[in-house]
Design a binder for this molecule. Structure first.
Ligand code: HEM
Length: 268
């Protein structure tokens, strides 16, 4: 009896924390999408390409048609995936509007291929900010995206829905790496109020190397723990995971607040 009550409380707590994480994350991603639309989509539509350089002077390079095209496509797709991605996980939408889920899912998966392959071009051919270590780690993130996108669609076609769901959650977290990077970077800045652990000129340093691993690779482990806790009969496993996710959610909330006020709104 007591065992069952414990189990019920753990299930409720687990569900509520997961939902809170989802709401905070989606809101944060919508702010990011708003920034992309207002900065990149708007300036592109108006033909003001130099505005891309308000973030970094090498985003728009006169004469580099291919490089500019890749960057333009990259940020165009970035807004679409950031808005559509989390919606794919909403059960109500999947049940009430399965057609939307299928169409938007296809757009999302093909965009995932596009954004990661385009990102690899930007990283290795055009040259990205940060040092070689960060470039390798974000490239591993691109590979994770490609693998997760492949298996998500494969199992959707085979109607192996449980496997499809699991790969889709792994994919969403891999696709969120770039957003998580900005959020946790701004959390660090909110805490320290100064560039600690990295050189702001070269954008390299131990903090940024650790952050890259933390946001581009580690979330895959968190997803694995999530499914372990979800399918486990042990209330302790659910409690343990929920407390960890609650702390992560609070950190994301503060980081998003910092990113909106200190990074995205001032650039628009
Ligand atoms: C869903 C995933 C992704 C989103 C939403 C995204 C979004 C963005 C955005 C908005 C920018 C413009 C910079 C800014 O205004 O902050 C950007 C630039 C860039 N992205 Fe992505 N991106 C994604 C995935 C990737 C991946 C997987 C790679 C690498 C393999 C990558 C490599 C780059 C590079 C190299 C730049 C130029 C900035 C720099 O020099 O670092 N992106 N991305």
């Amino acid at each position: 009896m007591i065992q069952r009550a414990r189990q019920t409380v753990a299930i409720h707590f687990f569900r509520n924390v997961t939902r809170s994480w989802f709401v905070v994350t989606y809101l944060g991603q919508l702010f990011f999408a708003y920034y992309i639309l207002m900065l990149y989509w708007k300036s592109t539509a108006l033909g003001h390409f130099e505005k891309w350089n308000s973030v970094n002077p090498h985003f728009y390079a006169k004469g580099d048609i291919v490089g500019n095209l890749f960057f333009g496509l990259h940020v165009a797709v970035a807004a679409v995936v950031t808005i559509l991605g989390p919606l794919q996980l909403v059960t109500k939408i999947r049940k009430k509007a399965p057609r939307f889920h299928r169409v938007s899912g296809r757009v999302y998966i093909y965009s995932a291929f596009l954004i990661s392959l385009g990102g690899l071009y930007l990283t290795w051919v055009r040259g990205a900010v940060g040092g070689p270590f960060m470039q390798v780690i974000i490239s591993i993130n691109a590979l994770i995206i490609l693998v997760c996108a492949f298996y998500s669609i494969k199992y959707a076609i085979k109607r192996k829905i449980n496997l499809h769901n699991q790969w889709a959650v792994h994919l969403l977290l891999a696709m969120s790496g770039v957003w998580l990077f900005r959020v946790f970077f701004m959390l660090w800045m909110v805490i320290h109020r100064a560039p600690v652990g990295f050189d702001p000129e070269t954008f390299t340093g131990p903090f940024l190397s650790a952050l890259s691993v933390f946001v581009y690779i580690l979330p895959q482990g968190v997803v694995a723990l999530y499914f372990k806790a979800k399918f486990s009969g042990s209330p302790y496993r659910k409690w343990g995971f929920s407390v960890m996710l609650l702390i992560i959610t609070l950190a994301i909330a503060v980081g998003t607040f910092g990113a909106v006020g200190g990074m995205w709104l001032p650039r628009i």
